[in-house]
Design a protein around this ligand. Structure first.
Ligand SMILES: [Mg+2]
Length: 369
């Protein structure tokens, strides 16, 4: 295979990044709590109401994915696909506690630890020195998580965040994929272009129209063409396609914000779906607040429409609070200011402006992972 591109991720100063991602996390926690539903198709999300329910799927177990059920799918569609499935309403406080159990173990592996969502984290493990030691570290971490929490994860190891992240998704569930620097192209190039984080359905369609189907196709195209199409983002995805990603594993000093967002499987203009999704996110964020003993002042709602126009609206309260009704009330109040008539593809909710607390280098949720 000819490789006209210079591999930019080898050489001195090489980093070893590990990405850990829990498998079907919410569903796995439900199955841990209720052994009688193990092995069954478990769908965590809104109430399906015999197929008439609004709202979406949060997480589907691997048994449910066999039926074609995926996250962010309308719950009514999930019910049609698998009426005999176990439909469970989310218990976010439980997931938040399970997340803490997992992250305590992950943090023990390296001081350079960055949690990016409730069930995902990066570690910089460059200090282990080489990739066979990195593989051993990853195996030990998977075992520790399984033994101490009864949950499985998938791990990717590579020379940058993007490679580690794509690698953790490569064999799921319970997978381990180690990509050494000199096999980054070999690993990435055959994969579909949608595997690049941030390349969603719309960008994928645009790229497909250009004949770009694999990550290799993307890496080989002239970057100027991508910039013409996507602006700066074009240059970013061109870099990511070659595994080039300078982002460091950042240690956070306490929470700056906690957030949650959902990209709908089908764009929607139904207000009730937006409201229900917002309420679910409010419940999840409230569980995190309580679990972490935090009180917030600012709430932000983000909405991205079908044309990729993103709008955010914020409101700052006078007093710090951890009142769940306030979160719901505020977020619903912010929603109607957003454009009507347009279909919405993504909705997000963020809490920030926390009461000052002692430094803490754990869990941070971000709008973008
Ligand atoms: Mg996961």
């Amino acid at each position: 295979m000819t490789m006209p591109l210079l591999n930019a991720v080898t050489g001195p100063g090489m980093r070893i990044i590990l990405h850990v991602d829990m498998d079907a996390f919410f569903a796995a926690v439900e199955m841990r709590e209720h052994p009688e539903i193990r092995g069954r198709p478990v769908i965590v999300g809104a109430d399906p109401k015999e197929g008439k329910g609004r709202g979406v799927v949060c997480t589907a177990s691997y048994e449910a994915r066999v039926f074609g059920i995926v996250s962010a799918m309308p719950i009514s569609k999930a019910f049609l696909l698998c009426p005999g499935g176990v439909f469970v309403r989310p218990h976010f406080n439980l997931y938040s506690q399970a997340s803490d159990e997992v992250m305590e173990i992950v943090k023990d592996t390296s001081l350079q630890f960055e949690q990016v969502s409730i069930d995902e984290a990066y570690l910089d493990i460059s200090q282990v020195g080489n990739y066979s030691a990195a593989r051993a570290t990853a195996i030990a971490l998977k075992e520790a998580i399984r033994n101490k929490t009864g949950l499985t994860c998938s791990i990717g190891v590579g020379p940058s965040k993007v490679v580690a992240k794509i690698a953790s998704d490569y064999r799921k569930p319970d997978g381990l994929t180690v990509v050494e620097p000199d096999s980054v192209f070999e690993f990435l190039f055959p994969l579909p272009v949608g595997k690049i984080p941030g390349v969603g359905r719309k960008s994928r369609e645009t790229l497909h129209n250009l004949g770009i189907r694999t990550i290799g196709d993307l890496a080989r195209i002239d970057v100027q063409e991508l910039i013409a199409l996507f602006g700066k983002w074009g240059a970013v995805i061109h870099d990511l396609a070659r595994g080039t990603d300078d982002r460091e594993v950042r240690q956070e000093e306490g929470y700056k914000s906690i957030s949650r967002e959902v990209t709908f499987e089908q764009d929607t203009s139904e207000n009730i779906i937006l409201l229900q999704t917002l309420n679910e996110m409010a419940a999840e964020l409230h569980a995190v607040l309580v679990n972490e003993h935090l009180r917030f002042r600012t709430i932000t709602v983000k909405v991205r429409d079908e044309h990729f126009i993103t709008r955010t609206r914020s409101k700052t309260n006078e007093r710090y609070s951890d009142d769940p009704h306030l979160i719901q009330q505020f977020s619903q109040g912010l929603l109607p200011e957003l454009p009507e008539g347009k279909k919405i593809r993504l909705i997000g909710l963020r809490l920030s402006g926390f009461e000052p607390k002692g430094p803490r280098q754990t869990t941070i949720y971000e709008f973008l992972r």
